[in-house]
Design a protein around this ligand. Sequence first.
Ligand code: ATP
Ligand code: MN
Ligand code: MN
Length: 392
Amino acid sequence: HTPSPVISAVSAKSYACQRRTPLKHHNLFLTEPLELLAENAELGENEGRSVAFRRAAAILKTLPLAVKRMEDLQGLPCLGDHSLRVVKEILEYGSSQEVESTRHSEQFQAMKALTGIFGVGVKTADRWFREGLRCPADVAKSEQRLNSSQQAGLLHHEDLSQHVSRAEADAIGQIVERAVQEVLPGAHITLIGGFRRGKETGHDVDFLITHPEEGKEEGLMPKVVQWLETQDLLLYQKTTRNSYLESKEGPARPPNNMDRFERCFSIFKLERRASGEAHSSAQATEGEPGGGEGRAPGPEPLPQRRPAGWKAVRVDLVVSPFSQFGFALLGWTGSKLFERELRRWAGREKNMSLSSHALYDNSKGCYLRASTEEEIFSHLGLDYIPPCDRNA
Ligand code: ATP
Ligand code: MN
Ligand code: MN
C-alpha cells in the first residue's frame, strides 16, 4: 500500500502550525473520541498525555478524506501507539472501550461538571470530588467556601453552560464597541478566540482592544469596566494587570511597557428579546443609566431568581499596546493547541521565544518586530495560516 500524495504532503509537517486545520473536517468520528481522552487527561492533570491525544486528533482534522483503514494512516506524524490503538478499535468495532468507559465514568463526568463552573479549576474540582461533590447543585447545597468568581459561576451556571451564538457574540461586540468609544475615541476592537476562527458558537466571546497611538490604551480597561457597570451591563468582572509577569514563558522577556497588558474576565448581562434573539442591552437601556428597572413589562421576577429578559454571557477583554497588537492577536486567536505548537516550533526549530507580547530571537539576542500576524509567521519561517485554518 502506497500512501496517497496528500498524506505524504501532510506527513512532513509534524507541527500543527505548519498545516491548515479547518473547522469542518472528515474525521470527527475519530477526533471526538481522541479529544475526550485528551480532556480526561487534562482533568487528571496529565498534560503530556493530553497534548499527545490533541496532536493526534489535530493531524486527523487536516486529512481531506475520512480514514477507512489503518493503512490510510501510514507515514502520518503525531500518532502515538495509544492513539493508534484507539483509532484501530474504532475502525474495527465502531467504538473504543477505553473511550466509552471514560465517557461514562463517574469521575470524568463529575470533573467535567465541576470544572464547567466558571472560576473552578482542576485542583478545586478534584478536592470537591474527593469530598463527595459531583455537580454544581451539590456545590450549591454544600458549605464550601467560594471565591467571588465561583459564586458568580454558580449563580449564572445555567446560562453559562449554554453555548454563545454568533448573533450574541455580535451583540456583545456592539456593546464593547460602544463602551470603548465612550471612554477612548479612536480605539479599535477586534473579535478574537474561536469566533475569529469561524466557529458558529463559543463558550465565551473574546475581544482585543488597542489604540493606534501607543500609550493611549494605558488604563483603558478600568474605564471600560466602569462604563459597563454604570450601564448595568456587567454581572461579574475581574480585571488583571500585569498578567505577563505571572506567566511561565521565561526567556521572551518583554520590554518594560509589557506590564501595561491588561485583561478582564467578565460576565455580561445580555438583553434578549422574547424571540430569543440576541439584542444589545446598551441600546435597550439607552437614556436609562442604572439600567435594570423599567425594562420588560410583565410580572415581577421571583425573588433571588433572575428576570428572563437577559442572558449571562462570559466575555474576555484584552487590552494591548499598539506595538504588540500583532502578537496579541496571534496569541489570543487560538486554538490552544495551535498556540502551543507555534511556541514549540519557535523554540525547537528556530531558537526563538514567542509570546502574546513579543518574539525574541535567542541566537541573535534581539526582539523581532512585527505589526501583523503575516510578519510573525514570516519571522518564524512558516507559511501564513489564516484564522479559519487554525482550528487544530
Ligand atoms: P471557545 O469557543 O471555547 O471560547 P476559544 O478558542 O475562544 O474557544 P478561549 O478559552 O476563549 O477558547 O481562548 C481563546 C484564546 O485565548 C486561546 O487561544 C488561548 O490561547 C487564549 N487564552 C485563553 N486564556 C488565556 C490566558 N489565561 N492567558 C493567555 N491566553 C489565554
Ligand atoms: Mn473563546
Ligand atoms: Mn476566552
